[in-house]
Design a protein around this ligand. Sequence first.
Ligand SMILES: Nc1ncnc2c1ncn2[C@@H]1O[C@H](COP(=O)(O)OP(=O)(O)OP(=O)(O)O)[C@@H](O)[C@H]1O
Length: 289
Amino acid sequence: MTVSTQPEFLTCLEAPDTVQVCLRGVSKVFSTKTGLFGTKKKTFVALENINLNIEYNNFVTIIGPSGCGKSTLLSIIAGLTSATTGSVMMNKEPITGPGPDRGMVFQNYALMPWMTVEENIRFALETVYPKMSPTQLKRIVKEHLQMVNLEGAAKKHPHELSGGMRQRVGIARALAINPDILLMDEPFGALDALTRGFLQEEIERIWEEHRKTVIMITHSIDEALLLSDKIIMMTKGPAAGIAQVLDVPFPRPRNRFEVEDHPAYHDLKVAMEEHLYRETRAVEEARVA
Ligand SMILES: Nc1ncnc2c1ncn2[C@@H]1O[C@H](COP(=O)(O)OP(=O)(O)OP(=O)(O)O)[C@@H](O)[C@H]1O
């Protein structure tokens, strides 16, 4: 089993050219107001000293105990939340806000309910590329609906779709804008096990075609092992950090049966189970104390 070392000593600008997203010394402190009329100020350290290299064309998953700071970390990379300290760079440029180079897929789909499936995708495209011709818009929407097997649902509204179909729209919309990186926050978390399995296979197939960098949060060990090149295992919060980064050596294209038969599968799975058990237990003990 290969565990990557943490890149603590090189700055983002000194990192190898293979590194697309780089975090150094990143912390996130939230301020909340408590007390009568919000008179008292409290701070909460969510993330502390995060150092991370994410390489081009890697499928990376983030796993960790509930509430440790996975979404906060993804949100910092998306530019939706700013880091309190540290450096966050993509392609050696600081991340200062959201941008079309990073596509987001959310657990709750975040589709416009009054728009049809094709309108949802077209709207995202028009927002990012206001000068795109109607012919081009039509072609890209069609291509992406085909990619996620949703051509037949183009004229439907989100409420007419199953959860799995809605998430396919979310994925098509995120990929249609041709981002450099796809950021996914528990994209299959709200789906039943069977639909989740189908969508995992679909994501694996789509990823094989595009090989874009993906950073995805998951609570599922099997999902992480099926899809990832690297698995980032976070420690519990507060002041969560990165415990280990696991390299997943299974050849691609993958299917879940071959993955489970790989000689490294068992050790990786046990390492993840032990980590999550240890960290979650520590969270529970802290809660009781
Ligand atoms: N805006 C905020 N203000 C104050 N605290 C926050 C804020 N956003 C997140 N937190 C806290 O930061 C910590 C990390 O939250 P985050 O949502 O990133 O965790 P997570 O690992 O994604 O959780 P889950 O596994 O439940 O999805 C939590 O304790 C949360 O309560």
